[in-house]
Design a binder for this molecule. Structure first.
Ligand code: SAH
Ligand code: SF4
Length: 377
């Protein structure tokens, strides 16, 4: 018979009888310390170790007494996602497929740019929305990521690119975009908590101006996000009339273009006229004519904006093709002339399938294949 006292549930080598300290707000960390009769000021020290130097081993926290370090490691742990696979592109882009404690997988992409770089992080496993051109939208499995799982992606990337603030003032990771898998505004509470941790001055300390949240247009949450977080806002527009947007971005049937524009106008006011980014994926023969470009610049008139034209990243059996480079250039000319100058977003890491949700799907297909092979042999 199993000895219950001795049995410790282990998931992915994590002892679930211990508590993860990653992803807690500073106040939560302080409360946990006082609940465990530990001095509250130690919470500030732990925070510094976790978010300033990326230390996950209590034994390395040298300004804490040995006895306390032992007590901490008996009760707590500091989590990191596991790396399932890594793909490196010739242009330096790195795409990690990360495994969470329950076995689910998400993607995180590092896009270096000289001395700087952007990290693209996920907010959900899969996505409940079904944008027709998006590979994530084809994956049914969905759950929200916890704040630990959102911050954990940043920690993992900083470990991998060796970019902890305690080691150097010159940081490589200079901006974060929530443009990975999932709709961040459908996981608002955890996203907000994670962003507040990432912005905290005694930790990672990335300013709100260096963080961009991309949404397909969850109108009621947009204003809240402006008031409470004030990060940069990117809107996945992709069409300038409701008929086409209903088809490409079906959430438009719930919150149409007019409602979306009103929400963005008030966001721009709250965030002190910081420019909103409009994402527009270029789909051949669907939304890429000169007339479409003119409608786009007319639609957003009066809103401080920039436009990101994104060449469609094709995936196996995708229902669309990318516009021709000539059409993209013609489109871009009109956008530039109207003053929304923004270079065409160079598709980074094409050779590693860096578009939203593609690595995960590849992994799922391979697993299915492996299972089939297992049955056959
Ligand atoms: N759910 C959020 C954020 C994740 S998607 C949103 O929709 O905004 C991030 C961006 O990638 C969005 O603008 C999305 O429209 C775009 N995207 C998704 N699939 C793409 C593809 N295959 N090619 C180019 N852009 C794509
Ligand atoms: Fe979800 Fe964004 Fe993909 Fe649409 S584009 S399915 S909202 S991840």
């Amino acid at each position: 018979m199993e000895d219950k006292e001795l049995s410790v549930k282990i998931i992915n080598s994590i002892d679930v009888s211990k508590k993860n300290l990653l992803g807690l707000s500073k106040n939560e960390l302080k409360t946990i310390f006082s609940d465990n009769n530990l001095p509250k000021f130690r919470a500030d020290q732990i925070w510094y170790w976790i978010y300033r130097s990326g230390t996950i081993d209590f034994d390395l926290m040298t300004n804490i007494s040995k006895d306390l370090r032992t007590e901490l490691s008996n009760k707590f742990y500091i989590w990191r996602p596991e790396i399932s696979s890594v793909q490196k592109s010739d242009d330096g882009t790195i795409k990690w497929l990360l495994k969470l404690s329950d076995g689910n997988e998400i993607e995180t992409v590092w896009i270096p740019d000289g001395e700087r770089g952007t990290l693209c992080i996920s907010s959900q496993v899969g996505c409940t929305l079904t944008c027709k051109f998006c590979h994530t939208g084809t994956q049914r499995l969905v759950r929200n990521l916890s704040s630990a799982e959102i911050v954990g992606q940043v920690m993992l990337a900083m470990d991998e690119i060796k970019d902890w603030p305690s080691a150097s003032e010159n940081r490589l990771l200079t901006s974060i975009v929530l443009m990975g898998m999932g709709e961040p505004l459908y996981n608002y509470d955890n996203v907000k908590k994670a962003i507040n941790i990432i912005m905290d001055h005694s930790g990672i300390s990335l300013s709100r101006r260096k963080i961009t949240l991309s949404t397909s247009g969850i109108v009621p949450e947009i204003q809240k996000c402006g008031e409470e977080l004030g990060v940069n806002l990117a809107i996945s527009l992709h069409a300038t009339n409701d008929t086409l947007r209903n088809e490409l971005v079906p959430i438009n049937k719930k919150y149409d273009i007019k409602q979306l524009l009103d929400a963005v106008r008030s966001y721009a006011t709250i965030s002190n006229s910081r420019r909103v980014t409009w994402e527009y994926v270029m789909l051949k023969g669907v939304n890429d004519t000169i007339e479409d470009a003119k409608s786009l610049v007319n639609l957003i008139k009066g809103i401080p904006s920039k436009i990101n034209l994104i060449p469609f990243n094709e995936w196996p059996c995708s229902p669309y093709e990318c516009s021709t480079s000539q059409n993209i250039k013609n489109f871009a000319k009109i956008v530039m002339k109207a003053g929304y100058a923004s270079p065409i977003r160079t598709p980074r890491g094409r050779d590693v399938m860096a578009a939203c949700g593609q690595l995960k799907s590849l992994s799922l297909r391979l697993k299915k294949q492996e299972r089939k092979n297992l049955v056959v042999t």
